[in-house]
Design a protein around this ligand. Structure first.
Ligand code: ZN
Length: 129
């Protein structure tokens, strides 16, 4: 598994009226919740410049706003872990991001460290109590 899962997107997509391909682009913390602003489809991808590879989003007034709580995000993580047996901390990759740097040539360098919660993305078996 290489793609990072975004449990905020997954929690938002469970809400009524939210498109199945909703992607947030801006968020604001509100007590124990988050206000996510996003849309179903970014309008394009930057082809050059320092934002190369990043999505181009519609203007702020055209973004959908959705409130997602901490509890909903946690429930999404638990659901995913129960379904897959993988660790939600590292999206089942066994690696966490240690640092993320934009190099002078515009390339994006990401360094990883081992996930402290799992072994190669797998959670330890739960012992029956
Ligand atoms: Zn992990």
């Amino acid at each position: 598994m290489t793609d990072r899962l975004d449990f905020y997107n997954l929690a938002a997509r469970r809400k009524d009226g939210v498109p199945a391909d909703f992607v947030w682009c801006k968020w604001t913390a509100i007590n124990d919740s988050y206000l996510l602003a996003g849309c179903a489809k970014p309008t394009a991808i930057y082809r050059s410049g320092k934002r190369k590879g990043h999505f181009v989003w519609p203007s702020a007034r055209d973004l959908m706003q959705i409130i997602v709580s901490d509890a909903e995000v946690l429930a999404e993580r638990s659901r995913w872990e129960a379904e897959t047996g993988h660790c939600s901390n590292c999206s089942g990759s066994g690696k966490r991001i240690k640092s993320s740097t934009i190099l002078p040539d515009g390339e994006h360098q990401i360094l990883y460290r081992k996930c402290e919660r799992c072994t190669d993305g797998r959670l330890p078996e739960k012992k029956p109590s």
